[in-house]
Design a protein around this ligand. Structure first.
Ligand code: AMP
Ligand code: GLY
Length: 415
């Protein structure tokens, strides 16, 4: 079975690593990275129509979309029109991630719990709404901004200035031409992943990401510096509420509104006084959450195929009775600027652990750290503590110039 994976991060590498265990699988990546080329074939950058032609001509049986950019550009619509199997939502359904205004209006008209908000492009209207809120105040650009479009303003003046800068196009170009202003929610965050076939879904173990660069959740926001699953903060009651009050109504309403949702529904949640609020939807796996979820699923390919073939109703999810932890090792200047490439050295890989590669390139058969989030050290254990200890053992065996990583991943689960 020929499978094409779209993206270049540790998320895509983790999906590949889980699928390649099946000896009948042959993998292709676009664009992939320096390490995916050891698991399969990296394709050169095609336009999406040309990629569909390539896939037809070369007998690609399934395409799995890792990163949101492809989804927002309509890769699923293009592939399905050509009769190709692809795992992900249509361009219209992907608006749950690509437009915060679409997402918030959707939640509001379907009475799904989220922070009180206003979506607008009118500064007077925004000013009046800001006056009704306590500080801090959250300002979000409408469109995709590579994780940088959310500002927590500490004063009403700052919230208004941030809104004005977004609306003028100064901060995020067209992505900021409409904004969402919302109340600040105080609680703890969880990531929920529902794999959907348009009608039915299965919920994976709840995970926690670590968005800040530094220990104790200090420093700037990043794409995510580590993750673990399952989270002991997710009680049975909370999981039931997430399914019944958020995921089910979302899938039903999307279908009713003509946007049937297939693929990964990633719900960014804030738990406030034990109640789940939707902070955001994403329409693909999280990174680094994917790195901990993939190794926990017994047969991820059969799960993805059940979604694509609209057969989840008859699917029984099998999970390993383990916990997983991923610690992201980033380059020196992350998240501010690029770093100089340097060779990665690995002395040994402890049992029950592996590396998921992201910002790496291959030069003369040597793997170089080429910038950004370079790799994730991933481990499984009988509980979160055991998995965390093994993941950190692996981190100590990995070296490249300027390598930085958090030392407190999974602290919420262990205190
Ligand atoms: P988002 O992309 O909407 O998930 O926002 C990115 C991050 O900003 C979230 O992971 C939260 O840490 C924070 N955030 C977003 N919205 C809120 C809110 N209403 N209250 C508190 N924090 C928020
Ligand atoms: N870990 C957060 C994300 O993938 O958006």
């Amino acid at each position: 079975m020929k499978i094409l994976i779209l993206g270049s991060g540790a998320r895509e590498y983790s999906i590949a690593l889980a699928l390649i265990k099946n000896s009948e699988v042959e993998l292709f990546f676009m664009p992939g990275n320096g390490a995916t080329s050891k698991l399969g074939t990296n394709l050169s950058n095609f336009e999406l129509e040309d990629l569909a032609t390539y896939s037809k001509e070369n007998g690609i049986d399934l395409c799995i979309v890792g990163s949101e950019d492809f989804l927002a550009k309509g890769v699923v619509d293009i592939f399905e029109k050509r009769g190709l199997k692809i795992f992900g939502p249509s361009k219209k359904a992907a608006q749950l991630e690509s437009s915060k205004v679409f997402m918030k209006d959707f939640l509001s008209r379907n009475s799904i719990r989220t922070a009180r908000f206003l979506s607008s492009s009118n500064l007077d209207e925004i000013n009046s709404f800001i006056d009704t809120l306590n500080t801090p105040i959250v300002v979000k650009a409408d469109g995709l901004c590579a994780g940088k479009g959310v500002i927590i303003a500490q004063s009403k003046e700052e919230a208004l200035k941030v809104s004005a800068d977004m609306l003028s196009g100064k901060s995020f170009g067209d992505s900021g031409k409409r904004v969402v202003i919302e109340e600040f929610l105080e609680g703890f965050e969880l990531s929920a992943f529902a794999l959907c076939d348009g009608e039915n879904f299965v919920l994976l173990p709840l995970a926690q990401d670590h968005k800040k660069l530094k220990d104790n959740d200090e420093g700037p926001n990043t794409g995510g510096m580590g993750a673990y699953a399952p989270s002991p903060l997710a009680s049975e009651k909370l999981i039931t509420e997430i399914k019944e009050d958020i995921i089910k109504p979302t899938l039903n309403a999307m279908a009713k509104e003509g946007n049937e949702f297939k693929g990964v529904l990633f719900v960014g949640l804030m738990i406030v006084n034990s109640k789940p609020y939707v902070l955001e939807f994403n329409v693909r796996f999280g990174d680094p959450e994917c790195e901990v979820l993939m190794p926990l699923i017994e047969d991820p390919l059969s799960l993805i195929l059940a979604c694509v073939n609209k057969n989840l109703k008859n699917y029984e999810l099998k999970l390993k009775n383990k916990a997983a932890v991923a610690v992201v090792c980033a380059s020196e200047n992350y998240p501010y600027s690029q770093s100089v490439a340097s060779e990665i050295q690995i002395s040994s890989i402890p049992e029950n652990s592996h590396i998921a590669y992201a910002g790496v390139s291959l030069k003369d058969e040597k793997l170089l750290a080429s910038g950004g989030r370079v790799l994730a050290c991933v481990a499984l254990g009988n509980d979160v503590k055991e998995a965390r200890d093994t993941a950190y053992k692996l981190c100590e065996n990995v070296k490249f110039n300027g390598m930085q990583y958090r030392k407190d991943i999974a602290y919420q689960a262990l205190r």
